[in-house]
Design a protein around this ligand. Structure first.
Ligand code: ADP
Ligand code: MG
Length: 256
């Protein structure tokens, strides 16, 4: 694994990891994604923020086809995604996702949660899978908890397991949907620290979060959504400090 290699800002590739091209989605008559277009570059850290109900989850879930949309195309590393086998393979090989509520298997240990994908999908031997998972758990500081069950862990620890489980599949892109918003405040930092570390490895990351300090620290660009639209996109110093839109400033007054 080469995940700990440092990101070299002078050697950033500019190829497109995810291309979102005029995506529209309706729930019944409710237009929840309105003509969304955005290129996310390889190695880019994109933070998505905006008020509740603005379409952030719908958008991020459209990137790996957890949500269908009626119109538009999402391409990952040049492959337009649809419901076919090839798209399925691209998504499973390239993309990992971390959810607000961890989504761990409660009847499996921490270690088993992390090795399941490796032994089942990747057909890795149990021994190799254990070894790889233990390295990842160690990296996020919870190797000592490997034989516990999720219910015996704090929220912050569970979320770190969920991140390790995703990383075990060696994704090139990680999607985070409000990974810290279900956590008690004292646990937010331990999860953000893991994400900050990850951001230094060259991983492409799309993070829905309201942690504006995280955005300031690691985001290459911040997207602000309102009402199903991208109303603002740009570097954090522009979007967070000097937003062009009233809706952005108003939102920022609430979260900062
Ligand atoms: P956010 O993540 O920004 O809070 P969502 O993407 O979850 O917003 O939701 C966008 C809009 O779509 C909201 O108005 C929400 O009520 C609506 N919505 C989300 N999921 C569904 C669904 N399964 N059925 C109908 N409407 C939905
Ligand atoms: Mg959401």
């Amino acid at each position: 694994m080469t995940m700990l290699s440092e990101k070299n800002p002078l050697n950033r590739t500019t190829s497109v990891a995810i291309k979102i091209d005029k995506v529209n989605k309706w729930y019944g008559t409710h237009h929840v994604l309105k003509d969304i277009s955005l290129d996310i570059l390889e190695g880019e850290i994109m933070v998505v923020c905006g008020p509740s109900g603005s379409g952030k989850s719908t958008l991020i879930r459209s990137l790996n086809h957890l949500e269908d949309y009626q119109d538009g195309v999402v391409s990952v590393f040049g492959q337009p995604l649809s419901r076919d086998r090839k798209s399925h393979d691209v998504i499973h090989n390239a993309m990992g996702m971390v959810f607000q509520n961890f989504n761990l298997f409660p009847h499996l240990t921490v270690l088993q949660n992390c090795t399941l994908g490796l032994t089942w999908l990747r057909k890795m031997s149990e021994r190799d899978a254990d070894k790889m998972a233990m390295q990842l758990l160690d990296r996020v500081g919870i190797a000592a908890l490997a034989s516990r069950y999720p219910g015996q862990l704090s929220g912050g620890q569970q979320q770190r397991v969920a991140i390790s489980r995703s990383l075990a599949m060696e994704p090139k892109i990680m999607l985070f949907d409000e990974p810290t918003s279900a956590l008690d405040p004292e646990m937010v930092k331990e999860v953000l620290d893991v994400m900050v570390d990850l951001s230094k490895t060259g991983m492409t990351m799309v993070c829905v979060t309201h942690e504006m300090e995280f955005a300031r620290q690691v985001a290459d660009r911040v997207v602000f959504m309102a009402d199903g639209e991208i109303v603002e996109v740009g570097p954090p110093e522009q979007v967070l400090v000097n937003p062009e839109w009233d809706r952005t400033s108003e939102f920022l007054r609430h979260v900062l």
